[in-house]
Design a protein around this ligand. Structure first.
Ligand code: NAI
Length: 347
């Protein structure tokens, strides 16, 4: 069963007499980076989610407007927008059961996700810096929340969160997730296009990490037969699906709408598990022992979710020779990405 959240709920005029909800079945979800290309449609989808009682939106700009707009939708959740003034971040995350984080800068054509690690946009801030600040606030004010990290490069931003939580002595690896769901969503869609099937029936596991060669779809496990050529084309398309969108948007950002859908799906999986549903399994990038002998501490694979986060990490299962080669190509890249994230916090 879900633990007691003790969320503060503010709504409209009642905000003046704010109330403290100690009801154990009140669920609060916070979105950090809620005014952005992903943040806005994600917040819209979460406003429609029946599991959520309080939707807390934080960004450095525009959240009061986004929250006011969403608050007119006639679903049960209360929406509040916070900006950095008046301890906004603290209030946004305090009492949250789930925190979803799409804060940061998206890619421009020609950039890899890894390039985002150090790219300077807001004076001297980088995605790594933004994520570290948000990790510190979360460690201080919501150390028990389940965290879904979208900000790229996910392969490195998850280690940044973990190391920051360790510094604050609140680290629980079972509660921190890197969101790789878009790779799964894309894989399902691309396979259905090739095989002329309904994508909702195409369930595929994508393992490894979330950038380029670290994205490894396990196509041999889904019951279709592919030619060698199809294997290669599909794998390449799944690994580089993000580039199709970045190129088509021609400088206006990366995937936002499909990402919002994917993040909403993953957040809903966390909420279903939080509310006691059994057998909720999603591929996600987490602290994992699967490749510890190779010096790799984080890896995406199928994970069973529960009220306290990770219940079980599943092994990869039977791999084809081609998939084994893909994993071998992914490991060194993943290792570098993880080390970069760890170093950013630990030095
Ligand atoms: P965006 O630029 O449209 O939105 C980012 C938002 O973050 C902006 O509203 C900005 O004000 C906010 N922000 C910046 N610094 C902040 C801080 N310190 N605290 C709170 N909010 C802050 O970017 P978009 O397209 O929404 O992408 C966001 C991130 O998600 C990028 O890093 C992008 O690479 C990543 N992404 C991840 C995917 C995944 O599969 N995990 C897929 C697509 C994008």
């Amino acid at each position: 069963q879900k633990r007691i959240s003790g969320a503060f709920s503010f709504s409209g005029r009642a905000a003046r007499f704010f109330s403290i909800s100690a009801v154990s079945n009140s669920t609060k979800v916070a979105v950090l980076g809620a005014s952005g290309g992903i943040g806005q449609p994600l917040s819209l989808l979460l406003k429609l989610n029946e599991h959520i009682d309080t939707l807390s939106l934080y960004d450095i700009i525009n959240t009061p407007g986004v929250a006011a707009d969403l608050s007119h939708i006639n679903t049960k959740s209360k929406v509040t927008g916070y900006i950095p003034d008046n301890d906004g971040l603290k209030h946004a995350v305090t009492g949250a059961d789930v925190i979803v984080i799409p804060a940061g800068v998206p890619r421009k054509p020609g950039m890899t996700r890894d390039d985002l690690f150090n790219v300077c946009v807001y004076v001297d801030e980088t995605n790594a810096g933004i994520v570290k600040d948000l990790a510190e606030a979360t460690a201080k004010y919501a150390p028990k929340a389940l965290l879904a990290i979208i900000s790229n490069p996910v392969n490195s931003t998850l280690p940044i969160f973990s190391e920051t939580f360790k510094k604050y002595n609140v680290y629980d690896p079972n509660r921190i997730f890197g969101v790789t769901t878009l790779d799964v969503v894309r894989a399902s869609q691309f396979i259905s296009e090739l095989k002329n099937t309904d994508p909702k029936n195409e369930k595929i596991t994508v393992v490894g990490g979330h950038s380029g060669v670290t994205i490894v779809p396990l196509l041999s496990q889904i019951g279709h037969t592919f030619t060698e050529e199809e294997y290669k084309i599909l794998t390449h398309r799944i690994q580089n699906g993000g580039d199709e969108v970045v190129k088509a948007k021609a400088g206006a950002g990366s995937a936002t709408l499909s990402m919002a859908y994917a993040a909403s799906h993953f957040t809903n999986a966390l909420l279903r598990a939080l509310h006691g549903e059994k057998g909720v399994i999603e591929p996600t990038y987490v602290k994992s022992d699967l490749f510890t002998p190779d010096g790799i501490d984080y890896f995406a694979s199928n994970v069973e979710l529960g009220p306290n986060g990770i219940e079980k990490i599943f092994p990869l299962g039977k791999l084809s020779d081609f998939e084994r080669e893909l994993i071998n190509a992914a490991l060194p890249q993943l290792k570098k990405n993880i080390e970069k994230g760890v170093k950013f916090v630990v030095g």
